[in-house]
Design a protein around this ligand. Structure first.
Ligand SMILES: [Zn+2]
Length: 341
């Protein structure tokens, strides 16, 4: 009798431990764990489902019980939207670089190489961090970010002050696209490294220069500013930085979408943002700029005003069309964009 009971107890214990182990390693109920292996499995599943266009299962796996979705979306609507968006999508190859954890979030540094035709004769590369969040014991996709550094680079304090001013003003704009732009800078601030160039020659005589990083480093977007700006005031520096920061944000967008922005349009956009920034300054700030231009004869500021006035004389329905025509006709930008393409 005793032996029988013992056997029953052992069998029970054995099954209990086996069940526990199976549960622990995720074989029962396919529960996720808060670790890289589990996240990787989920992300690869998601990319696989996108590839096979199995949007029904994609919805069931990642959107049905997603507690992170502000506004739930129905399966029909989800599938319909995905099918529409993916008409020209062919196979996509995933290259996973690294995973970084931060509280309940994880950031997957990844490169996607999309085939843009059936034969995959041409490809497009998309680069970004995919953010995933662990909620209710599951991993859920939670958007895309371009910078995950917790701390900023050490930059001269005048650049810090200028960036703060730019963000603050851009947030007050009536245009939602400018508010979004401010948000993008705020999110990427820790990855933007701004330093003075040693000499003007180093930046080919420009006032400022954003250098595209060819080594695929998405942790550092480098801007060099002419040493002449060391004696300028924050407003003039901010005006210049709006231009360079516009290049950074456009570059991030092209990394994320894989669609390279046209070089002339990129320049015109940067000038357009500078023009908008002026409109966001208050009367006192404008007066201060006027004084600098008229009385202290700031060469850099007068240069900027001259360009602004020149743009107004170009053909075009609005400021952005005029700006595009201005940069297209400028020998400086013609040469820069030739090198770029
Ligand atoms: Zn530029």
């Amino acid at each position: 009798m005793n032996r029988y009971l013992n056997l029953k107890t052992y069998t029970f214990m054995f099954l209990f431990i086996l069940g526990f182990l199976l549960y622990w390693f995720g074989y029962i109920g396919n529960k996720d764990s808060f670790n890289a292996t589990s996240l990787k499995r989920n992300y690869e599943l998601l990319v696989g489902l996108e590839n096979s266009k199995d949007f029904e299962r994609l919805y069931d796996e990642f959107y049905l019980n997603n507690p992170l979705l502000g506004k739930p979306i129905t399966k029909e609507k989800f599938v319909e939207t995905k099918l529409k968006k993916s008409v020209n999508n062919f196979n996509a190859e995933l290259k996973l670089h690294s995973i970084t954890f931060n509280n309940n979030d994880a950031f997957i540094n990844r490169l996607i190489v999309d085939c843009i035709d059936e034969e995959c004769s041409q490809t497009r590369k998309r680069r970004a961090y995919k953010k995933w969040t662990f909620a209710n014991n599951q991993w859920f996709p939670n958007g895309e970010v371009m910078c995950i550094r917790n701390n900023p680079y050490t930059i001269p304090p005048e650049f810090e002050r200028s960036i703060s001013l730019i963000i603050q003003r851009a947030k007050t704009s009536d245009f939602s696209s400018t508010n979004e732009w401010a948000k993008s800078i705020e999110e990427s601030k820790n990855c933007i490294d701004i330093q003075y160039a040693n000499t003007d020659e180093e930046i080919i005589g420009a006032e400022g220069l954003f250098t595209f990083n060819k080594d695929n480093n998405i942790e550092r977007y480098s801007i060099l500013v002419s040493p002449r700006y060391q004696v300028k005031d924050d407003l003039i520096t901010a005006f210049l930085l709006v231009h360079e920061l516009s290049h950074v944000i456009n570059y991030q967008q092209s990394l994320s979408t894989g669609e390279m922005a046209d070089c002339f349009e990129d320049e015109a956009n940067a000038f357009g943002n500078q023009n908008e920034f002026i409109a966001l300054l208050n009367d006192e700030e404008l007066q201060s700029l006027n004084l600098r231009a008229n009385y202290s004869k700031s060469h850099e500021l007068n240069n900027m005003i001259q360009v602004y006035n020149e743009i107004l004389n170009f053909e075009g329905e609005n400021y952005s069309e005029k700006t595009l025509n201005y940069v297209k006709s400028s020998p400086y930008y013609q040469s820069q964009c030739r090198n770029f393409n």
